[in-house]
Write a protein that binds this ligand. Structure first.
Ligand code: ADP
Ligand code: MG
Length: 483
C-alpha cells in the first residue's frame, strides 16, 4: 500500500482509507442523487490529499473555491480568463499548481468550451511535464452527457472528447480522473467505464440502484439498500478502496461548502393586506438589468483578416510592389524585429504572434506565400538568438548552424540555435536559467533535460573545464563556446 488518505469511518469505526497511488492509476467514479453528499465527499478527498498530490478541480458551481484560502489552490474565475485558459492550463501543468476552475459565471455553452479547452491543454502538455495530478470533475454528466442535453452540439462534442481523453488516455499522462455524477445513466458510457473505483451513494430510481449494485458486484435484490443510505454514506469498491463492497460514512471537512442545504427559517409575521400591498407595489428603482455576457468569438480574428483582405468595393488597390527576394526577406526580418521589440511578445503564444505577423505582412503587401507557423517560429528563434549574441559572429559557421537546426524538433531547435550562436559569437555557455528563459520556461531543470537530449543524440558535446565552467562543443560545426 502506498500513501493512504482517510475518508471517514468504515464498519465498526475503522478508518475508511483510499490508497492514493492506486487511485492515481485506477480513477474514481461517484454516484448519488442531488443532496446525497457527493460534493462533500470530493471536498474531503481533496482536503485529505491536498499536501500530497497536485489537484485540478473542474467546478461548475463554484463550490470548491474555498479550498483556495485554506490550502492555497489557485482559484480561476473562468469568466475572467476564458481566452487564456489553454495557456493557463499549460503553466498549471508545468508548475504543478493546484487549481479550482470556477465555471459558475458562464453560460452552459461557454462552460462546456472552457472545460474542454482547459482539460485539452492539460492533456496536451509536453511529455516532460506528465506529473501525477488528480483531476476532479463534479457534476460530470454536464461535461460528458450520455445523450443530447443542454448546450450546442459543437460545445458538447468538444467537452465530451476532452472528458473521454481524460478518463481513457489520461493515465499515461499522469492525469487521474475523479468524477461525480447524479446518475450513471446520464453519464457517457465510455467515460464511466474507465473508472475502477466506485463510491455509490443514495439513489432512488430502480435503474440507478441496479447499476450501482452491478458495478459493486452485489446481488440485484440488495440494490434496494441504496434508497436507504443516509446523506454522506456511500458503498465503495475498487483497488484503491476495498476488495469487497465497503460501507463508508464520509467524515467532516475543514473548508465550508457554499451550497449548504437550505434550512427552514421562520417566516416574518403576517401583515395587514394594505401594508403588504404598499410593500410590494411601492414605486422604486427598477431591478437591475440581467447581466449579459458577450460570448467569446474565436472566429473574430479570422473575420477581421477576411475583411482586410476583401477589396473595398469602389477603390481599386494599386498593384503590390515588385520586390526582389532579398528585399522581401529584409521586410520579413524587419517585421519580426518589430514583433520581438514589443513588450509582451515573450509571453504570448507563437500562434498569436504568427497571426500578428501575417497581418503585418498583408499590410506591407508581401504577397501570398508568407512564412507559415513553423517557418515563422524558426525565424523568430534565429532572430532572438542573434539578438542575444549580437557580437561579430563567425557568419559562415552560424549559417551552417541555422541549416542544421532545421532538422531538430521545436524546443531542441531553439536551444541548439541559442547555444551555437553563443559559440559563433565567441561567448561562454549561458547558464541553465538563461537557457530556459530563452525558450520561455522558468525551469532550469528543463533546460538540463534538453541539453541531455541534445547530447544523447550527439548534436553537442558538453564538458566542464578545470575551473568548472561548462563548455559546449558542436562537432558538426567545428565550434565551441568560449571558456
Ligand atoms: N458526510 C457528511 N457529513 C456532514 N454533512 C454532509 C455530509 N455529506 C453531505 N453533507 C451536507 O449535505 C449537504 C448536501 O451535500 P452535497 O455534498 O452538496 O451533495 P451533492 O453534491 O451530492 O448534491 C451539504 O450541505 C453538505 O454539507
Ligand atoms: Mg454537489
Amino acid at each position: 500500500m502506498g500513501r493512504s488518505i482517510d475518508m471517514g469511518a468504515a464498519a465498526l469505526g475503522a478508518p475508511a482509507l483510499i490508497d492514493l497511488e492506486e487511485l492515481l492509476a485506477t480513477r474514481l467514479l461517484v454516484q448519488g442523487n442531488s443532496g446525497s453528499g457527493k460534493s462533500h465527499l470530493l471536498r474531503r478527498l481533496l482536503e485529505q490529499s491536498a499536501g500530497l498530490v497536485q489537484q485540478i478541480v473542474i467546478d461548475p458551481e463554484g463550490d470548491f473555491v474555498s479550498l483556495a484560502e485554506r490550502y492555497g489552490h489557485l482559484a480561476l474565475d473562468a469568466a475572467e480568463c476564458e481566452r487564456d485558459l489553454p495557456a493557463i492550463a499549460a503553466r498549471v501543468r508545468e508548475h504543478r499548481v493546484s487549481v479550482v476552475l470556477n465555471l459558475e459565471e458562464l453560460e452552459v455553452d461557454a462552460q462546456l468550451r472552457a472545460a474542454a479547452q482547459f482539460l485539452g491543454a492539460l492533456f496536451d502538455a509536453d511529455r516532460a511535464l506528465w506529473f501525477p495530478a488528480l483531476v476532479v470533475v463534479d457534476e460530470a454528466q454536464l461535461f460528458a452527457p450520455a445523450a443530447a442535453s443542454d448546450g450546442s452540439d459543437e460545445a458538447r462534442r468538444l467537452s465530451l472528447a476532452a472528458m473521454t481523453n481524460l478518463m481513457c488516455r489520461g493515465r499515461k499522462r499522469g492525469l487521474a480522473g475523479v468524477i461525480a455524477t447524479q446518475r450513471l445513466a446520464k453519464l457517457a458510457k465510455n467515460v464511466a467505464a474507465e473508472a475502477s473505483n466506485f463510491l455509490m451513494g443514495r439513489t432512488f430510481l430502480d435503474i440507478d440502484m441496479a447499476r450501482a449494485a452491478d458495478l459493486l458486484g452485489m446481488e440485484r435484490r440488495q440494490a434496494e439498500m441504496f434508497r436507504d443510505l443516509e446523506r454522506g454514506a456511500f458503498v465503495g469498491l475498487g483497488p484503491a478502496i476495498s476488495r469487497r463492497p465497503l460501507r463508508v460514512k464520509i467524515g467532516a471537512v475543514e473548508t465550508a461548502d457554499r451550497g449548504a442545504a437550505p434550512k427552514l427559517a421562520p417566516l416574518p409575521e403576517a401583515m395587514e393586506a394594505e401594508a403588504l400591498q404598499n410593500l410590494i407595489f411601492a414605486p422604486g428603482e427598477a431591478p437591475p438589468p440581467p447581466r449579459v455576457r458577450v460570448a467569446p468569438k474565436p472566429e473574430l480574428l479570422q473575420e477581421i483578416f477576411e475583411r482586410i483582405e476583401a477589396p473595398a468595393p469602389d477603390i481599386v488597390a494599386a498593384p503590390p510592389p515588385e520586390l526582389t527576394e532579398e528585399e522581401r526577406e529584409a521586410a520579413i526580418e524587419d517585421i519580426i524585429s518589430q514583433i520581438v521589440g514589443e513588450a509582451k511578445a515573450s509571453q504570448q503564444a507563437a500562434e498569436t504572434l504568427h497571426r500578428d505577423f501575417q497581418l503585418r505582412c498583408r499590410i506591407r503587401r508581401l504577397g501570398p506565400n508568407t512564412p507559415d507557423l513553423a517557418d515563422f517560429r524558426r525565424r523568430l528563434t534565429i532572430f532572438r538568438a542573434k539578438q542575444a549574441f549580437p557580437e561579430a559572429a563567425d557568419e559562415e559557421s552560424w549559417g551552417r548552424a541555422v541549416d542544421l537546426a532545421a532538422r531538430l524538433p521545436g524546443d531542441l531547435q531553439s536551444v541548439f540555435l541559442y547555444l551555437s550562436r553563443a559559440a559563433a559569437a565567441g561567448q561562454p555557455c549561458p547558464d541553465d536559467a538563461e537557457i530556459a528563459g530563452f525558450f520561455g520556461s522558468a525551469s532550469p531543470s528543463r533546460a538540463r533535460r534538453m541539453l541531455g537530449e541534445l547530447e544523447r543524440n550527439e548534436w553537442i558535446v558538453a564538458r566542464v573545464d578545470f575551473e568548472q565552467r561548462r563548455i559546449i562543443a558542436f562537432p558538426e560545426l567545428g565550434l565551441e563556446t568560449a571558456a
